[in-house]
Ligand binder design. Structure first.
Ligand code: ADP
Ligand code: MG
Length: 500
């Protein structure tokens, strides 16, 4: 670690911040944790509720194998210990969004034990500054329903669609020391979940939310008392909570006050946290093993299938892009930062490797550059994403093949791409119909060069007197005269020849 430590300067000296995150991630699954009801986002209220989810008397929960499988795969992706024996417990409390009167969770024997995630603190060069953040555990539990409140008239409604949906609670160790580290951890965790396919990571839809534990201490001293800010739903907000909460705690301590262990809420509009309840009035959840459920026992075949089904993970992919494909650290990191981008790039590369007569590394570099500059630029302008891109990997690869084999220049390729976006036509057709083929016709280029030099006699004099930078000007003028269609290499050679 070469990064400078994050410190808060107080009147009594410097303070260090200590952070641990508890992330709730909704498991990607068609059905709920203990019932067959659907889990689709945005459905009409109370249309995805089985008798189990509504806690009708006599209903029995049956664990959904797919939910367990996804949590196990997630555990494997963070190099965690998978517990072959785990058990569900009841966490008892009363609230209107919880018809059972208890949440089925895992307290004593979680499905997944200790693991770790490596975070990077330099986007441009991901291997430069890294840190391992420990993970305490991942347990599986049910989500609750959702309350909605009307002001006029004053009424409350409950939507049980979320009730019983499977969540993974991913608990980090108190290993983070700055807002940047907390943000990098949450982003990296989301990337991994999306690669694994165990959670869609859509924080704005509530599929992933973080409880942010923050304390402060003088460097080297014992951990201070922490507060926990609940249900923070974006990376940016998590960083803001850490920043705000750490500074608030320093102010309290420096004024001679004490931090009380409490639950707080974040208000993004005011960028501040507010106390919700203190530990003193915290619930006694009266946890006990759920008598309706047998312990979970995983066999080797199940674990093996989970392991086999894991995709190449982001760090491995990034390193492969750098080492085997020769991409820059920055491009490799950008392309692997989310699973969809990597998938798109690999489709572009596969198609390119099939139709271009170039080495894989050459195809990869050209594909990466085109995707990250030309395609991203166009998508930004059009307000679209890769998913809704009007040009697919196959069409992109065709365009790049035309540059690779010298049919068109990079400049003409930009024009062709614009036409592709506008018309939906494919590159070879556009080049053919608009007569955009690059020419190596020496006669035509020679004539153009002769005219450019004749029209710019003064510049030719200056060039010959030593102003060599003018060479580029002659190339530019010749290309312009050839409407961008001349082979640049031939243009260079012929200008050199003509200038003697
Ligand atoms: P509890 O069981 O009371 O919820 P845990 O030990 O499970 O407490 O910790 C919950 C979360 O709080 C974990 O993510 C952990 O890393 C974090 N945490 C624990 N102690 C501190 C501390 N002093 N400062 C900041 N975070 C902490
Ligand atoms: Mg906790």
């Amino acid at each position: 670690m070469t990064e400078t430590a994050y410190r808060i300067q107080g009147a009594t000296g410097e303070w260090e911040v200590v952070i641990g995150l508890e992330v709730h991630a909704q498991v990607t699954s068609e059905a709920k944790l203990f019932s067959g009801a659907a889990t689709a986002f945005g459905a009409e209220p109370n249309t995805q509720v089985s008798l189990v989810d509504a806690a009708m008397p006599g209903m029995l929960p049956v664990p959904n194998r797919e939910c367990i499988r996804q949590a196990v795969r997630t555990g494997m992706a963070i190099e965690a210990k998978i517990n072959k024996w785990s058990r569900f417990d009841r966490k008892n409390y009363f609230y209107a969004d919880l018809p059972q009167g208890y949440q089925i969770s895992q307290l004593y024997h979680p499905l997944v034990g200790e693991g770790a995630i490596e975070i990077s603190l330099d986007d441009k060069n991901p291997d430069a500054v890294t840190k391992r953040i420990g993970i305490e555990r991942i347990h599986v539990e049910q989500d609750a329903g959702k309350l909605m409140h009307d002001q006029h008239p004053t009424r409350s409604y409950v939507d049980l669609n979320r009730s019983g949906v499977a969540l993974m609670e991913i608990v980090s160790k108190p290993d983070m020391r700055s807002p940047a580290e907390a943000g990098a951890y949450l982003s990296k965790l989301r990337t991994i979940l999306r690669y694994v396919g165990s959670c869609d990571g859509n924080m704005d839809q509530g599929s992933m939310r973080a409880d942010v534990n923050v304390s402060v201490r003088k460097p080297g001293e014992e951990f201070g008392t922490r507060t926990e800010t609940k249900n923070v739903n974006s990376v940016r907000f998590v960083m803001a909570v850490v920043e705000h909460e750490a500074n608030r705690q320093v102010d309290v301590l420096e004024a001679g006050g004490k931090i009380v262990q409490e639950t707080r809420l974040y208000d993004p509009d005011r960028n501040e946290t507010r106390s919700m309840r203190s530990k003193e009035d915290a619930h006694d959840y009266r946890y006990f093993p759920d008598p309706d459920l047998l312990p979970l026992e995983l066999d080797d075949a199940f674990l093996e299938e989970c392991r086999q089904s894991l995709p190449e993970l982001p760090d491995a992919k990034r390193q492969r892009y750098e080492q085997d494909l020769g991409l820059s650290a920055y491009n490799a990191a950008t392309l692997t930062a989310d699973a969809d981008t990597a998938r798109w790039f690999e489709a572009l590369l596969a198609e390119g490797a099939r139709i271009q007569k170039k080495s894989e590394s050459e195809v990869a570099k050209a594909s990466a550059n085109w995707l990250l500059s030309e395609l991203y630029g166009a998508l930004n302008r059009l307000g679209k994403s890769l998913e809704s891109s009007p040009v697919g990997p196959e069409e992109g690869a065709e365009l790049l093949a035309l540059i690779a084999d010298g049919t068109i220049s990079g400049t003409i390729a930009k024009q062709v791409f614009e036409i592709m976006l506008e018309t939906g036509d494919r590159a070879p057709k556009i080049v053919e119909e608009k007569g955009l083929k690059q020419t190596s016709d020496t006669g035509a280029i020679e004539a153009a060069v002769a005219k450019v030099l004749a029209d710019n006699g003064d510049k030719v004099e200056q060039y010959k007197a030593g102003k060599e930078a003018l060479f580029g000007f002659f190339v530019g003028q010749t290309m312009k005269a050839m409407q961008g269609k001349a082979n640049p290499q031939v243009v260079n050679e012929l200008i050199k020849k003509a200038l003697g």
